[in-house]
Design a protein. Structure first.
Length: 120
């Protein structure tokens, strides 16, 4: 017959996570000492580490870095479409050779997702 599943109150679970994070004991050691499943304890420790807030001074720096990163991404997006090669409407003289034709014509290069298009 299968064992009845044990339920632990939130204080016990938080205490088990605190033992791992504060004492330096391994998850396996703490799980064995407390008689709980190692995988379950590892999951709870991992979740606690993810949700743990950054120290007060670091949160300001992280917020500034996130804002700065977002601004740099916007700037890069704007610049990507305005460069001399990728910009729309860049004109140049093109030497046309072939079919008995020789000379120069005005042409345009436009960027596309798959490369550059030559528009004569």
């Amino acid at each position: 017959m299968a064992e009845k599943r044990r339920k632990f109150d939130p204080e016990f679970r938080e205490g088990a996570v605190r033992i791992v994070t504060e004492t330096g004991k391994t998850i396996a050691e703490v799980a064995d000492d407390l008689g709980v499943n190692e995988t379950t304890l590892a999951s709870r420790v991992s979740g606690a580490r993810r949700t743990r807030a950054a120290p007060a001074g670091e949160s300001d720096v992280l917020e500034w870095l996130r804002r700065d990163n977002a601004q740099l991404k916007r700037d890069n997006k704007e610049l990507a479409g305005s460069g001399p090669v990728a910009g729309a409407g860049v004109t140049f003289s093109l030497a046309v050779m072939g079919q008995g034709l020789a000379g120069t014509r005005d042409a345009q290069i436009r960027s596309s997702p798959i490369g550059f298009l030559l528009l004569a």
